[in-house]
Design a protein around this ligand. Structure first.
Ligand SMILES: N[C@@H](CCC(=O)N[C@@H](CS)C(=O)NCC(=O)O)C(=O)O
Length: 292
């Protein structure tokens, strides 16, 4: 193993703002707002405050899926929260999500507006509100929730663990990369074994379990996250690849995955979404803006 720096933890940990790494400027050891700012409110009942990361994509994919099957009440405004600029620490955002992380949702259609935070909770809220993408039969519903909670518990090892140390950390530390690569490969094997005998996470039904898992684990095997498909040997998980490719073809998913996205190909970015036809205008607008 490569050599490690010498470090003896002090008696009391101190906040070192010079710690480096991609997210060092926004990470803090304290909660609460840093500045006063009211969040914008658009015309639709559902107001989403988000960014097109895997956690944000889960919600916009579900909303687009609901709209695609005719649930007009799922119309939404998706406001961009730039976490690299610290937008998640505004007083308005903290009022919707005290945990200062995207995605966060306000439902103005309830007698008093309902706030919903944590992507898994938002998926469950919307699936129950509209009665789709979650099985009604008790054991199938339980299987769906088991995978939904599996994703919520597992993805931090993929994003905060593997992604952080493989991609974002200012130095490559073999011990950390080994530890989290081991865990991510184990998780992919869990999915691969399950998907060998199931079309989707819950039998042959496409549910919020697939919608939660695809943006993280589909992205890794399709080399859309951390440029790590080769490193983790993605071809070793053929059933995950088959499932990811099958889901990636869904028109609603293709729309949902680009909402609030501010990185990658310009054609795959829709910074804010306030109307269904925003998708039609985005390519021309972005390409025109890029060539200005
Ligand atoms: N468990 C949360 C995680 C959300 C999360 O980690 N969001 C990230 C972006 S993907 C974020 O907002 N980070 C900003 C920060 O940590 O300050 C969920 O699933 O909603």
């Amino acid at each position: 193993m490569s050599s490690q720096t010498d470090y003896t933890p002090p008696k009391v940990w101190q906040w070192n703002t010079e710690s480096g790494g991609t997210w060092a400027s926004t990470n803090r050891p304290i909660a609460g707002p840093t500045h006063d700012k009211v969040l914008p409110v658009g015309k639709h009942p559902l107001q989403l405050y988000s960014l097109g990361t895997p956690n944000g994509q889960k919600v916009t994919i579900l909303l687009e899926e609901l709209l695609a099957i005719g649930e007009a009440g799922a119309e939404y405004d998706a406001h961009l929260i730039k976490i690299s600029d610290g937008d998640q620490f505004s007083s308005g955002f903290v009022a919707v999500n005290p945990n200062s992380k995207i995605p966060a949702l306000m439902d103005h259609s309830t007698p008093t507006p309902t706030r919903v935070f944590e992507s898994g909770s938002i998926l469950l809220y919307l699936a129950e509100k509209f009665g789709h993408f979650i099985p009604t039969e008790h054991s199938a519903r339980t299987e769906c929730l088991s995978w939904l909670f599996w994703q919520m518990g597992s993805a931090p090892y993929l994003g905060g663990g593997f992604g952080h140390f493989y991609s974002y950390a200012p130095i490559k530390i073999e011990y950390c990369i080994d530890r989290f690569t081991m865990e991510v490969k184990r998780q992919l094997d869990v999915l691969n074994r399950h998907l060998e005998t199931h079309s989707f996470m819950v039998g042959d039904q496409y549910t919020i379990a697939d919608i939660a898992i695809w943006p993280w684990y589909g992205a890794v095997v399709q080399n859309n996250a951390y440029n790590a498909a080769e490193f983790i040997d993605a071809p070793a998980y053929p059933h995950v690849i088959r499932w990811a490719e099958q889901i990636a073809e869904r028109p609603a998913l293709k729309r949902g995955r680009i909402v609030n996205r501010i990185s990658g190909d310009l054609a795959d970015q829709l910074h804010e979404r306030h109307d269904a036809d925003d998708f039609e205008h985005r390519t021309q607008d972005k390409i025109a803006a890029a060539s200005d």
